[in-house]
Each structure stands twice: as C-alpha cells, then as structure tokens.
Design a protein around this ligand. Structure first.
Ligand SMILES: NC(=O)c1ccc[n+]([C@@H]2O[C@H](COP(=O)([O-])OP(=O)(O)OC[C@H]3O[C@@H](n4cnc5c(N)ncnc54)[C@H](O)[C@@H]3O)[C@@H](O)[C@H]2O)c1
Length: 323
C-alpha cells in the first residue's frame, strides 16, 4: 500500500506524513510549495513538486509510485481570501479535487481521504455539532469543502473508491517546533503576533450568549489530527472497506477565546489584559464538535489538551522567528 499525500509539505500534511511513515505506511508527497516547506518533510519521503491541478503530472506520479490510496490536503484555506477570490477557490479546491479524483480513478486507486472542515456547518445553533447537523457554509472556502465532500462521495460511488471525509475543527499546536504553522490566520498565532509586537491581544466581541461572552471553539492538537488520519487510513484498508464515511475531528469540548487568551498569557508569561473590540461579522458564538462518531467509527479520540497545543505552538512560533 502506497499513499500519496497532497499538500504533504504543509502544516497538517507534514504531521500526517510523519505519523503515517512512523506507523510503517509507504508515503509519497505532492506539493506545489505555494505555502508548504520542503524541510518539514523527513528526508526519506519523496516529494513531487507540482500542482494537484496538473492532471498529467498526477497520472505519472500515481503510476510511477504505484499509489493505492490518496490523502488529499492540498487546498487554499483562507476564509477572507475566498470571499475576495471565489473563482480561484472553486478552481483550486474543487477543480483540483476533480482532476485528482479523475487521475486516481484512472490509476485504479481504491482509497481516498479528504480534508474537510467545520466550515461546512456555518453557524448552527446547537450545543454539539454532529455530522447530521445541516450544513450551511458561510464563505466560499466552506462551500468548496462541502462541494468537495459531495464530489468525493459521488466519485467514490461511481468508481468503487472507499472514501473518508474528515471535518477538522480548530487545528493548533505542533509535534515539533519545525512542523509548526507559520501563518497568522488563526486565533493562537494572531495573539502571539500581537504579543511579539508588544501589543495587547484583541478579542472580537464579549457580548455573545456564552458563559464569558466570548466565542467558544473546539481546538484539536495537530498531532491528534494526524493520528485520526492514520486511523482513517487503517479503516480504509481494513476488511471489506467500502462506501463513505464523513466524520468530525474535534475534542468535543468548548474553550472560549477569553480562556484561550488567559492560557496564552500563562504560557508566554505576558499577561497583559486583552482589548475587547466589536464582533467580527460571521463569527458563530459557539462551534463545538460531537466527537462520538469518530470514536465509534475510527476508534480514535483526542489525547492532547489545549495547554499542550498552546505550549507547542509557542515553541514553534519562537523557533521560526528566532526569539
Ligand atoms: N489548519 C486548519 O485549521 C484547517 C482546518 C480545517 C481544514 N483544513 C484543511 O486542511 C488542509 C491542510 O491545511 P494546512 O493548515 O496544513 O494548510 P497549509 O497551507 O499549511 O497546507 C496546504 C499545502 O498544500 C499545498 N498546496 C496548495 N495548493 C496546492 C496545489 N494546487 N497543488 C499542490 N499543493 C498545493 C501548499 O503548498 C501547502 O503545503 C487544507 O485542505 C485545509 O483546507 C485546515
């Protein structure tokens, strides 16, 4: 069994590659390095430098490496950018997926794992989001993930490919400083960024209907997320693996932005009080996964807590910036 990991030089992809090779799986990565870093991948994992939009390259890669399963992470992932550039997001996230699925079906690949997102749900008014909660994405990015799931399931049915779609909640932390997320798109790096500039952290709204008035999210350590991919890959290669599975990957526990900022203060030693500003449009008051299906279907549960996420993210932040 050889797995192709697209986006393998990215933040999550490199963690997935590390965990899968560590568990004895054969892995080859494909990445256009638009956001990825070659050095994140262990030396012994071959990296094909190219795009998931390049059908000919994909066909060659799948055949030459005798790929039997695909883990598809390559995508653009910035919500704001997707609002400004929807056609680009549909082209890259949905068009790239269609090209890849076509190549995979042509090469006889029988297993396909897709990176989806909690963004498919939008802003549901529920305590815990289950996989049956209606999907109503609020951005083109979320739409491309939902359309991607539809496409994965349809292609799976048409071509006899067993599929899993993993809906990640808020991914954070790093297994090692060199593997950390280098972007400043999520709340934890955004707070680090403010502190590094000698500025107080910012909280967008403290008048939400939540216990402390700030938004509540479900944070998942990237190393746990990588373990979930291995569990899903094992399910896809197990006895009689057919059909499709769509599953939330979260901890099932909510943490408020205020609690997170306080924790970051403890970890960094910089406890200056946060500035509270107005709400940001589109932020849901609460988005917490039900993690029950993942446990039942994959035999997987998260093991690492939020302090470990913040500590490892901070170590990565400092290592990348030499501070
Ligand atoms: N980080 C999160 O919190 C989060 C949450 C939910 C879902 N996801 C999804 O997880 C996946 C990975 O996210 P990440 O945080 O590791 O992002 P990332 O930007 O670090 O990784 C994406 C990787 O894909 C590569 N890539 C992008 N377009 C490509 C293309 N057309 N061909 C080949 N390579 C391409 C980039 O160079 C990068 O290495 C994405 O699909 C993202 O939508 C991420």
């Amino acid at each position: 069994m050889t797995w192709l990991i697209t986006g393998g030089a990215g933040y999550i992809g490199a963690h997935v590659a590390k965990v899968m090779t560590g568990a004895g799986e054969q892995v080859v990565a494909l990445d256009d390095l638009s956001a990825g870093v070659r050095g994140r991948l262990p030396e012994d994992i071959p990296l094909i430098h190219g795009s998931a939009l390049d059908g000919d390259l994909l066909k060659r890669a799948l055949t030459e490496h005798a790929v039997t399963g695909v883990v598809h992470l390559a995508a653009r992932k910035q919500v704001g950018e997707s609002v400004a550039q929807p056609t680009r997001y549909y082209q890259e996230n949905v068009g790239g997926l269609a090209t890849l699925l076509e190549a995979a079906a042509g090469a006889g690949v029988e297993r396909f794992l897709f990176s989806s997102s909690a963004a498919v749900y939008g802003n549901p008014d529920v305590d815990l989001i289950t996989e049956d909660t209606p999907c109503a994405p609020m951005s083109p990015y979320g739409e491309t993930k939902l359309a991607g799931e539809w496409l994965v399931r349809a292609a799976g049915q048409a071509h006899g490919i067993a599929t899993v779609c993993l809906r990640y909640f808020n991914v954070a932390g790093a297994a090692a400083p060199a593997l950390a997320d280098t972007g400043v798109f999520n709340v934890i790096p955004m707070v680090f960024d403010r502190l590094t500039r000698d500025e107080a952290p910012r909280i967008f709204g403290d008048d939400y209907p939540t216990p402390d008035g700030t938004c509540v999210r479900d944070y998942i350590h990237v190393a746990d997320l990588a373990d979930a991919h291995l569990a899903a890959a094992r399910r896809l290669t197990g006895e009689g693996a057919t059909g499709d599975l769509t599953v939330n990957i979260g901890r099932g526990e909510g943490v408020s932005v205020r609690e997170l900022v306080d924790l970051i203060g403890e970890v960094t030693g910089d406890r200056r009080p946060a500035l509270v500003g107005p709400r940001r449009p589109g932020d849901a008051p609460r988005a917490v996964a039900s993690a029950a299906l993942a446990e039942r279907e994959l035999g997987w549960t998260a093991r690492r807590g939020v302090p470990e996420m913040v500590e490892s993210a901070w170590a990565g932040w400092r290592a990348h910036r030499g501070i």
